[in-house]
Structures are given as structure tokens and as C-alpha cells.
Design a protein around this ligand. Structure first.
Ligand SMILES: *[C@@H]1O[C@H](CO)[C@@H](O)[C@H](O)[C@H]1NC(C)=O
Length: 151
């Protein structure tokens, strides 16, 4: 019995060390958490973040998704696409030089070039134009359409 128990705890230990030896320390949770530390809701990034990096001096970041992503943005159900790599420059409450997110509106695809966090709202910038939405629409990280729920 004691042997069985120690075997059991050994294999549990093994399992724990496997899960903590994640080869990808900058994965899902940390990229979304990072958004929050800069004043943005996690719903700006889909669930399939594979890797991300940030230069803390310049704010330049790069988010790599496991695949490009298509989803529907609340509240107006605009179709949006995320490239496999999304880049930009982030400081508190402001993302600039954004590259990799497009939205379909008025029969055209528009690149979102910047996002600002302003009180309870998010302001999406498309070149000189901007659109304001309540940030609460982005409280949850959306899954990509066509992506299996378990992947
Ligand atoms: C981070 O950004 C700073 C300021 O732009 C730059 O000097 C530095 O080389 C960058 N570091 C890396 C690792 O790219």
C-alpha cells in the first residue's frame, strides 16, 4: 500500500513538473493578462494566442496566433480578421501602429490602426476615423470561428 501511494505521488509529481515545464512561458494567459495591465480588456485578443513578446522599453509587441482568425465583433457583429501575427506599440491605454487586425464595414475591409482605452469605452481607430464602443463588450476572449473548442 505504501509503495502504491509513493508510486502514485511520484507520477503526480511527474505530471505537475510536466505542466510547469511549459516550453512556451509567454502563452495564452500572459498575453491576455498583459492587455489588462495596459488598461485593455482581454477580449481584444482571440483565444488562440500561441506566443507573444513585448519590448518593455518601447512598448513594441508581437502576438503570434496558432492560425489566422476570423470572428464577429460585438456589439454590431462586424466581421473581423486577425493575421497570424499581430504587431503594434502599446503604452497605458493606447495601442498604436497596429498591424494585423481588419474589420469589414460598409462593404470594405478596414485595417484597425490603433485602439485607445477611454474610461468605460474603447476607441478603435481606422486611419483618421474612429469608432467608440463600450469596453464591456470585450470582457471575454472570443474563440475564432471554425476553431475547435478544444484546440
Ligand atoms: C527595445 O526598444 C528600445 C527603444 O526603442 C531599443 O533601444 C531596444 O534595442 C529594444 N530592445 C530589443 C530587444 O529589441
Amino acid at each position: 500500500m505504501a509503495k502504491l501511494l509513493s508510486l502514485l505521488s511520484l507520477s503526480l509529481l511527474f505530471l505537475f513538473s510536466l505542466s510547469s515545464a511549459n516550453p512556451n512561458p509567454n502563452s495564452l494567459l500572459s498575453a491576455h493578462k498583459e492587455l489588462e495591465t495596459f488598461g485593455f480588456p482581454i477580449g481584444l485578443l482571440p483565444t488562440n494566442v500561441a506566443h507573444y513578446s513585448i519590448n518593455r522599453t518601447s512598448g513594441e509587441f508581437s502576438v503570434k496566433l496558432s492560425d489566422k482568425c476570423k470572428l464577429t465583433l460585438p456589439p454590431d457583429n462586424y466581421l473581423a480578421t486577425y493575421s497570424k501575427i499581430v504587431r503594434g506599440k502599446i503604452v497605458k491605454n493606447k495601442i498604436a501602429e497596429l498591424d494585423g487586425i481588419k474589420v469589414r464595414a460598409m462593404f470594405q475591409w478596414w485595417s484597425i490602426t490603433g485602439i485607445r482605452s477611454s474610461g468605460d469605452n474603447l476607441v478603435f481607430e481606422v486611419g483618421m476615423l474612429s469608432a467608440k464602443y463600450p469596453a464591456k463588450n470585450f470582457d471575454a476572449s472570443p474563440p475564432c470561428e471554425g476553431l475547435k473548442a478544444d484546440s
